[in-house]
Each structure stands twice: as C-alpha cells, then as structure tokens.
Design a protein around this ligand. Structure first.
Ligand SMILES: C[S@@+](CC[C@H](N)C(=O)[O-])C[C@H]1O[C@@H](n2cnc3c(N)ncnc32)[C@H](O)[C@@H]1O
Length: 230
C-alpha cells in the first residue's frame, strides 16, 4: 500500500509578531540583516500572491508549496538555466513550480508533466503523465531536458523507481541537474536509485504535512539551498 502524503490535522497559521523600539536610533548590522531578510520574504510573498493555483485535491496527493518554497526553488532553477542558455526544464508532478517559473521568467522553456488534467490550461507546455506508465512520453520530450524537478505523489519505492525511469528518459546527454522533492523517508532510496544528496533547505507546504519533506539534488548547490548536508 502506498503511503500518501498526509496533511496534519493540527495545521496552524502562526500569527506574526512585530516589535517597535523607537528609542534605538541606529540598527545594528545584525538587525539590518534581519530586516533585509524580512523585506525579501515579504517581497517573495507579495510576488507569490499573484500566482493563482487550482485548489488542492488531496485524493491526488496534491499539496502545494508555500510561496516562499516555490519562489526559492524557482530561483534555483532559473539560476541553472541562465548559466546554460537554451536549457529545457521538465517539472514532473510539481505544477506550483511550473506556475512560479513562468511568472518569474516567462521565457523559460519548461514542460509540466502532470496527472491532473486541470493543468491542460497551460496548453502545449502541459503533458499528461501517469507515473504508472513511466515510458509514455512524447518523442520530442525524450532526452531533451537539462533540468528536471520531480515531486512524486507517493512515498513508495515503486513510485520513486518509476519516476526515476521517466527522469532517465527526459534528461539530455551531458551535464544535467536533477532536483527531487519528497519525504525524508525516501532519503536512502533517493541516493541508491538516483544518486541524490539531501540539501539543507526544507520545503514547506501551504497545508501542513505530517511527513518531513526534503529537497535532494544530483549537484552540489554550494551555498544555495542550504548547501549539501553531509
Ligand atoms: C506531492 S504533489 C506535488 C505538488 C507540489 N508540491 C506543488 O506544489 O506543485 C504530487 C503531484 O502528483 C500528481 N499526481 C497524482 N497522481 C499521479 C499519478 N498517478 N501520476 C503522476 N502524478 C500524479 C498530483 O496531481 C500532484 O500534483
């Protein structure tokens, strides 16, 4: 039986707190850095609010990223793309990331592979994809992608193996970049099946999940994405 991603019944939206201190005329460098970080996050959030998403369907194991998570991953993908012009990106089962990528760079070449046909709204950049049939891919997509990001719907070995099969059919020859978002429980399998390492960055979802989530990559992100964890 496949383990589905589960929302936590204790999902909460913590209220943000602010403090005012008019007696301090000069901010310390630490406070300035914190303020800058806060303003950057606010900017990401307000950018993100403009991205409209269809509602989550939990029967399809749909749990959308928070705006901050989607923005962080999209920035990473765009960094990879901008370093190698004409890079094609495949988003496997991560429609939120597709939407953020297109918002942040409308010119990015990206294909969304997704089971939910509501995403047919993305026209020719949508490809119907069922992980149970990993080889059913249009010929023009085969071995054409430099960057592949996958967020499989289930936390099972079978699901990861089948998605890995699809990834191997999508990636082009030469240097390629692979990002996998999945549960911590898949850590060993991600290493065995795809040679991936966990990054420090912790993806977050709008509906709080009961499963700890991780981001894995096949390349060393340096200081980005919280670096590779040893
Ligand atoms: C865990 S969610 C990942 C979504 C991601 N967090 C986001 O915000 O874009 C898994 C995705 O797998 C899709 N899915 C469900 N059943 C599938 C199937 N049989 N084959 C491929 N994808 C499927 C869902 O529609 C959903 O978009």
């Amino acid at each position: 039986m496949e383990e589905q991603l589960k929302p936590s019944p204790n999902s909460v939206n913590p209220l943000s707190e602010s403090s005012e201190d008019d007696d301090v005329p000069v901010l310390s460098s630490h406070a300035l850095a914190a303020l800058q970080e806060f303003l950057t996050e606010q900017q990401s959030q307000s950018d993100a609010e403009e991205v409209s998403l269809v509602s989550e369907d939990w029967r399809l194991s749909q749990f959308w990223y928070t705006p901050q998570t989607a923005t962080t991953i999209a920035k990473e993908v765009l960094t990879l793309c901008h370093a190698s012009p004409h890079s094609r990106v495949a988003c496997i089962a991560c429609p939120t990331l597709y939407a953020y990528l297109k918002k942040m760079d409308p010119n990015v070449s990206v294909q969304l592979l997704e089971y939910d046909k509501r995403f047919e709204q993305y026209g020719s950049e949508y490809t119907f994809y069922d992980y149970n049939h990993p080889e059913e891919l249009p010929s023009e997509l085969r071995h054409s992608c430099k960057v592949v990001i996958a967020d499989p719907p289930y936390l099972s070995q079978e699901c990861l193996e089948k998605v890995a099969e699809t990834i191997s059919l999508l990636i082009q020859p030469g240097e390629t970049f692979l990002l996998l978002l999945t549960g911590e429980v898949q850590k060993e399998r991600a290493a065995e099946i795809l040679g991936l390492h966990p990054c420090g960055f912790r993806p977050q979802h709008s509906s709080k999940l009961g499963n700890e989530f991780r981001l894995f990559s096949n390349y060393d992100p340096g200081t980005r994405l919280g670096g590779w964890e040893n």
